[in-house]
Design a protein around this ligand. Structure first.
Ligand SMILES: *[C@@H]1O[C@H](CO)[C@@H](O)[C@H](O)[C@H]1NC(C)=O
Ligand SMILES: *[C@@H]1O[C@H](CO)[C@@H](O)[C@H](O)[C@H]1NC(C)=O
Ligand SMILES: *[C@@H]1O[C@H](CO)[C@@H](O)[C@H](O)[C@H]1NC(C)=O
Length: 341
């Protein structure tokens, strides 16, 4: 009996070990046996090839595989496509605007945040003969003023029906618990403030639109909250802690959660600004992967490319006054890319 147990155990170890050697980490397609905690993105745009300024922020994908991604630049306020080629996309003529997060709703509409003027802009789009998007005009979609304005906003996510959810913060020398907010803007541009908490930044919906993930930075640490969401009403409820990074135990105060994106398997991919990495959580909040990034300050990320499985990570180049992009091929397409198909 004892012998049988040992034999079964040895068989299990052999099969398990063989499985790992053959397939490696399930999050990526690479055939090498790299553990999920040791994944590494590679340079896609370096300081030597970059035409972007250092303040790159919003990464967004549109439907076409020929024309996947754009990055917003805060200063000067412009948007350039970077994949499959670098080309200008939008220049804001108000020189005091600051463009942050951006998302495409469909081929005709995208939303971009102007944090300096506390508003969400709607871009009306068409396509040129190469199927590249062109901006026809930009209008103010959502800019609440009474009883209060949005603190920033910073980043946004979009439901399939076009409800916008925003994060944002105001910077003070001593961080406190009421310097971040979460808002929704429904189709007609009607705004609701949903939260007044610590600094909010990363924000995304789950693929089936039942959950909203929001990051919060407070003096004690960085947390990701998960809410139940009603995307048609633009409301949230059932707030629960999803993941927490404590400062002292987790190296440094200077590491902050920045942009976040979900994939269609309900995993959440999270940039760690200052931490030189992207971390991956499954839907239960379990840490299931770490992706090393070649620069210290990743600010945002998005899935795009031919099958929506190329993860692009944007941020400040290391030691250069420019914006950089890393990429890694992953196994599961992103949410935004998938719902645009
Ligand atoms: C912007 O362009 C769209 C598409 O052509 C058009 O429907 C809309 O009326 C335009 N808005 C403004 C303010 O020009
Ligand atoms: C939606 O996805 C969540 C995981 O994010 C899952 O727990 C839930 O059961 C799903 N709900 C529906 C209605 O599919
Ligand atoms: C996309 O999928 C096709 C078909 O499976 C495959 O041949 C191609 O290599 C994939 N491209 C990328 C960039 O993953």
């Amino acid at each position: 009996m004892h012998g049988n147990v040992v034999l079964v155990f040895l068989l299990f170890v052999t099969i398990f070990d063989h499985g790992l050697t053959t397939h490696g980490c399930h999050l990526v397609t690479s055939s090498k046996s790299i553990p999920c905690m040791d994944l590494q993105a590679t340079s896609f745009i370096t300081s030597a090839t970059s035409t972007f300024g250092r303040f790159v922020e919003g990464a967004s994908t549109n439907r076409r595989d020929t024309c996947s991604l754009s990055i917003t630049e805060i200063v000067p306020p412009l948007i350039r496509q970077f994949f499959p080629q670098i080309r200008p996309f939008y220049i804001d003529t108000r020189t005091n605007s600051q463009l942050h997060g951006m998302r495409f709703l469909n081929d005709k509409t995208a939303f971009v945040i102007d944090s300096a003027n506390h508003r969400v802009l709607k871009l009306s789009l068409t396509e040129d003969s190469n199927n590249f998007p062109i901006v026809l005009n930009s209008t103010v979609f959502c800019a609440p003023t009474k009883p209060e304005a949005m603190m920033e906003p910073n980043d946004l996510t979009l439901s399939r029906s076009g409800t916008v959810f925003t994060s944002g913060m105001m910077f003070t020398t001593f961080p406190h618990n009421r310097e971040g907010d979460v808002w929704s803007c429904t189709k007609n541009g009607e705004a609701k403030r949903l939260e007044l908490i610590g600094r909010t930044n990363g924000i995304d919906l789950s693929f089936n639109e039942t959950r909203l993930y929001v990051s919060e930075g407070t003096p004690s640490g960085q947390r990701i909250w998960v809410y139940e969401v009603d995307v048609h009403a633009g409301t949230i409820s059932g707030k629960r802690s999803f993941a927490f990074f404590e400062y002292p135990a987790d190296s440094a105060q200077s590491i902050a959660i920045d942009g976040m994106r979900t994939d269609v398997q309900e995993n959440l991919w999270v940039t760690r600004y200052g931490g030189r990495e992207v971390v991956v959580f499954n839907q239960h909040g379990k840490l299931i992967g770490r992706v090393g990034v070649s620069f210290q300050n990743p600010t945002n990320l998005e899935f795009g490319g031919e099958n929506g499985t190329t993860l692009f990570i944007v941020g400040q180049c290391e030691g250069a006054d420019a914006g950089c992009v890393d990429s890694i091929q992953v196994a599961t397409p992103g949410r935004s890319w998938t719902i645009l198909q």
